[in-house]
Ligand binder design. Structure first.
Ligand code: SAH
Length: 261
């Protein structure tokens, strides 16, 4: 059976993209195989795609006739740039276009999707949210780390490392006290700070830890170490963003799950 046959059997009827609507969508972690059918369908129907830096060219190649507009952060003042992006979404929609706002991973996970949705509500623009596979779950699976494992964890914490060391920082000690594994987005730059905070919060220095760079893409790299050594090892190995940090005993399952390709 071909993929086309399977799609027919699914009886998948994509929603029609109406003019003047915005669809806030997640492209997944990078591999086109992680795209949802709804997002793929949206790419074929959109008039314009406003995409973030995390969305790869391979995925944008599936856009039909759409105009492509880059909306990645360029290191300017984030609040102004965010206002520009929402302004653009609203203007395009008011001009009667089918606007696909495409983000890496899932739009509602550390992606400012909620803020953009709120701006659309305030402007009276009709919109839908199309979920994507968030990089934490895809990244763990891609690198043979189970998100939950009976006997190891009963919860999983998704955190952002973006504000580490600032007044708005998370209470890392409180997270450490749960004893549950933590997956940290946007944490690479602040990894030394975060690792130190988790240890002073009570996590043992030898807690297994990993960093996963560009999960599911051809540039994927994974490095395992301990909480105490991860920052130094990642720096030595030249690991770069986008990367996830995983702290907890689920990381130690990697070795047991190795083997078949
Ligand atoms: N909405 C996105 C997250 C955006 S925040 C999602 O659901 O995945 C950006 C952070 O996501 C990056 O700093 C990195 O921590 C993580 N990230 C996104 N894609 C990734 C990938 N392919 N591999 C590793 N980390 C990734």
């Amino acid at each position: 059976m071909t993929l086309a046959d399977a799609l027919t059997r699914l009886d998948y009827r994509p929603a029609g993209f109406l003019a003047g609507h915005v669809w806030l969508a997640g492209a997944g972690p990078g591999d086109p195989g992680c795209l949802t059918l709804d997002v793929l369908s949206a790419l074929t129907q959109a008039d314009c795609v406003v995409y973030d830096a995390l969305v790869s060219d391979r995925i944008l190649a599936a856009a039909g006739h759409a105009e492509l507009h880059f909306a990645g952060k360029r290191g300017g003042k984030p609040s102004t740039e965010q206002e520009d992006i929402t302004r653009r979404l609203i203007d395009f929609a008011r001009a009667g276009r089918r606007v696909l706002r495409l983000k890496g991973g899932d739009p509602y996970v550390f992606g400012r999707g909620g803020e953009e949705a709120l701006a659309l509500v305030r402007a009276g623009i009709p919109f839908r949210v199309l979920p994507g596979l968030t990089s934490a779950f895809a990244g763990l699976a891609a690198t043979r780390i189970p998100t939950t494992m009976r006997g190891i964890n009963k919860a999983i914490i998704l955190a952002t490392g973006h504000a580490a060391g600032t007044d708005e920082d998370l209470d890392w000690a409180a997270l450490a006290k749960t004893g549950q594994p933590i997956v940290i987005y946007m944490g690479l730059k602040n990894l030394p700070l975060i690792a130190a905070a988790l240890q002073s919060g009570g996590l043992p220095a030898d807690t297994p830890a990993a960093v996963v760079q560009q999960a599911t893409t051809p540039d994927e790299r994974v490095l395992t170490a301990t909480l105490a050594t991860l920052a130094e090892e990642a720096e030595k190995a030249g690991i770069g963003a986008p990367a996830l940090i995983v702290v907890g005993h689920i990381v130690s399952m990697r070795a047991a799950l190795a083997g078949l390709p």
